[in-house]
Design a protein around this ligand. Structure first.
Ligand SMILES: Nc1ncnc2c1ncn2[C@@H]1O[C@H](COP(=O)(O)OP(=O)(O)O)[C@@H](O)[C@H]1O
Ligand SMILES: [Mg+2]
Length: 258
């Protein structure tokens, strides 16, 4: 069996808030293979972002285990965790998270600084990443001078500049109009199909979720439905059967009809 990009067993995360414990994730079992394209859906507050932050090594679980490319994150120091994140994962957020007054090319080159890549090579790689999202003509523009769609493409270029195996995108089209949202989805599609980059994306929009080859529905901190790895052999007693699968499949079916 190949090494999973992510393997979570009993993954849990609680937050302590003024003496009250909030169980944002309550024991998630999940395996995501290299090169998969997965959509995570579910109501607001169900734990989607919490899960993404754990997968992206931006946060640590409070219980359970998570392996990223075979490495159990609990064995890593904070520095090692940051290195793993920098190497393996690119993150795209709903609100772009760019430096507004810094040129696009420098925003994109930023993750390479932490890897000790020399300046000229940083700039060259950032230029190529921007080119791959159709922004060759915007290298020296600042995000504050760009449309939302362009800013999100800069953010995707930044996620890609380090050649990650996985791009995690938390509602990447949430702040975009239909046309720009479709453009961002086309870029993610292409990355997955042509470069084999695994994509895990959170979305509220059924038509966006339908673009993925696997749909996972989260509710109340648990996985309620998982369409399973597309194209792969059905697991024995796998998740395509059973009442939850019927419910979820109906939803996915209607999404595809949009
Ligand atoms: N930093 C935090 N501190 C306290 N509670 C949090 C924090 N982040 C998320 N939560 C809570 O955890 C639950 C899941 O949140 P989240 O993962 O952001 O859900 P989603 O992304 O599905 O909307 C919610 O009840 C939310 O209020
Ligand atoms: Mg969220």
């Amino acid at each position: 069996m190949t090494t999973a990009a992510f393997e979570a067993v009993g993954l849990a995360r609680s937050y302590q808030l003024e003496g009250v414990s909030v169980d944002a994730l309550r024991g998630v079992d999940l395996r995501i293979e290299p090169g998969e394209f997965v959509a995570i859906i579910g109501p607001s507050g169900s734990g989607k972002s919490t899960l993404m932050h754990l997968l992206g090594c931006l946060d640590r679980p409070t219980a359970g285990t998570l392996r990223v490319n075979g490495t159990d994150v609990s064995t890593l120091s904070d520095t090692e965790l940051a290195e793993l994140r920098n190497r393996a994962v690119g993150f795209v957020f709903q609100s772009f998270h760019l430096l507004a007054r810094t040129a696009a090319v420098d925003n994109v080159a930023l993750p390479l600084i932490y890897r000790g890549v020399p300046r000229a090579e940083r700039r060259e790689r950032a230029r190529r990443a921007l080119e791959s999202v159709g922004l060759r003509h915007r290298l020296d523009h600042r995000p504050s001078q760009m449309s939302g769609g362009e800013q999100q493409r800069v953010a995707i270029a930044r996620a890609l500049v380090g050649d990650p195996q996985v791009v995690l995108a938390d509602e990447p089209t949430g702040n975009l109009d239909t046309r720009n949202g479709a453009e961002v989805m086309a870029i993610l599609d292409r990355l997955n199909a042509e470069r084999g980059v695994a994509i895990v994306l959170v979305t509220h929009e059924p038509e966006v979720a339908a673009r993925a080859r696997r749909q996972i529905q989260v509710r109340d901190g648990l996985i309620e439905f998982d369409s399973g790895t597309a194209g792969g052999p059905a697991e024995p007693g796998g998740s395509r059967t059973g009442p939850a699968a019927g419910e979820g499949a109906g939803r996915t079916g209607s999404a595809e009809a949009v």
